[in-house]
Design a protein around this ligand. Structure first.
Ligand code: NAD
Ligand code: ZN
Length: 343
């Protein structure tokens, strides 16, 4: 079958023929329909220090996907050929303390599709049945393909109560923008999102944030004044990985405020811990999605009218994946979808 493969230990990705995956008794075989390109895929394409230390070549890339089940293992009773599904991108061990207690998303031995094992930028992927989320048959396939990052957004946005609260989101990448839409939908009062990229701030405005701010032009303290806020943001969502963004956030939270931290900083960095202590802030790290509470919330949010489709800005055939990576590289895109329907 055709697949987009990291087959050489150097920058780039290659469309190649690889063997079709075989399923075990607990697995399902999925024919891929649509895939999303993630920032992680870009790191692997670029072959940066993280990718060099993490990826073994050859590996089929891709963990954001939607497809149709075409075959199930002999032990699989709940899924059937014809089901439209997405895949939870984290493979958990099932045997550690958290897995055994049902807290699978806190597994001590998590592996990732398209990172540690072969992924879904291919005609087919074989996946354990415990990693499947079944959609309504009429689901928008482009949206289904980005359930993985949408799940990061929902996991972060609903980590703390946002109803009636003022929310600050640093980083208007696709995940920050989706989190803003979720917070608004869940009843937040003001949702302020920051970035340093005007195109991304424009995209955030399209999805209905209260205020999209270029922090090079205006301080968050000024925004608070403009909005008539008096005591700081109640909930913060760090989605840029930028140390300066996080420092700004800490400085603009209300006493007793809650911060959910999803963005991945490239290095260690210092913050003013005195602000965290004296203002009694709570900081919670967020990784992946809750299995499968976040997935349930995602489906329900869409069914109750949340529209995240505008965050998808580019669509290409998988054959033109290079173009997809190019727009991702420029940083002016929202989500980029690859279509696998014409093999
Ligand atoms: P992205 O890189 O597309 O978006 C990050 C945005 O932050 C960019 O638009 C960038 O311009 C902006 N930014 C940079 N400096 C800033 C600053 N000082 N202030 C405000 N904004 C600034 O990433 P994404 O795909 O939307 O993901 C968001 C973050 O979450 C990334 O750091 C990513 O690595 C991380 N991530 C974490 C998980 C997890 O499970 N914890 C999963 C996926 C992604
Ligand atoms: Zn485990």
């Amino acid at each position: 079958m055709k697949a987009i493969v990291k087959s050489k230990a150097e920058p780039g990705l290659w469309l190649e023929y690889v063997p079709e995956p075989e399923i075990g008794i607990n697995d399902v075989l999925i024919k891929i329909k649509k895939t999303g390109i993630c920032g992680t895929d870009l790191h692997i394409y670029n072959w940066d220090a993280w990718a060099q230390s993490t990826i073994k070549v050859p590996t089929v890339l891709g963990h954001e996907l939607a497809g149709e089940i075409v075959e199930v293992g002999s032990n699989v009773n709940d899924f059937h050929a014809g089901d439209i599904v997405s895949v939870e991108g984290h493979l958990v061990c099932g045997r550690c303390r958290n897995c055994l207690a049902g807290r699978r998303y806190k597994c001590a031995n998590t592996l990732g599709f398209g990172v540690n094992t072969d992924g879904g930028f291919a005609e087919y992927i074989a996946v354990p049945m415990t990693n499947i989320w079944k959609h309504d048959p009429d689901v928008n396939l482009d949206v289904a393909a980005i359930f993985d990052p949408f799940g990061n957004a929902v996991h972060t946005a609903l980590a703390f109560e946002v109803f009636g609260e003022d929310v600050l989101i640093t980083g208007a990448g696709p995940i920050g923008i989706m989190a803003a839409a979720v917070a608004k939908h869940a009843g937040a009062r003001h949702v302020v999102i920051t970035d340093v990229n005007p195109k991304r701030l424009d995209l955030a405005r399209k999805l209905g944030v209260t205020y999209a701010v270029d922090v090079r032009d205006k301080s968050i303290a000024d925004i608070q004044k403009e909005l008539g806020m008096k005591e700081g943001f109640d909930v913060g969502m760090e989605m840029s990985g930028s140390p300066s963004a996080f420092r700004d956030m800490i400085a603009n939270m209300t006493h007793g405020g809650n911060v959910a931290f999803l963005g991945i900083p490239s290095d260690e960095f210092a913050i003013n811990w005195k602000t965290v202590i004296f203002n009694m802030l709570t900081i919670k790290g967020i990784y992946g999605r809750e299995m499968y509470e976040t997935w349930y919330q995602m489906s329900v949010l869409l069914e109750s009218g949340l529209d995240i489709e505008p965050v998808i800005t580019h669509r290409f055939s998988y054959k033109d994946f290079e173009k997809g990576f190019e727009v991702m590289h420029d940083g002016n895109s929202g989500k980029v979808i690859l279509d696998w329907s014409e093999i």
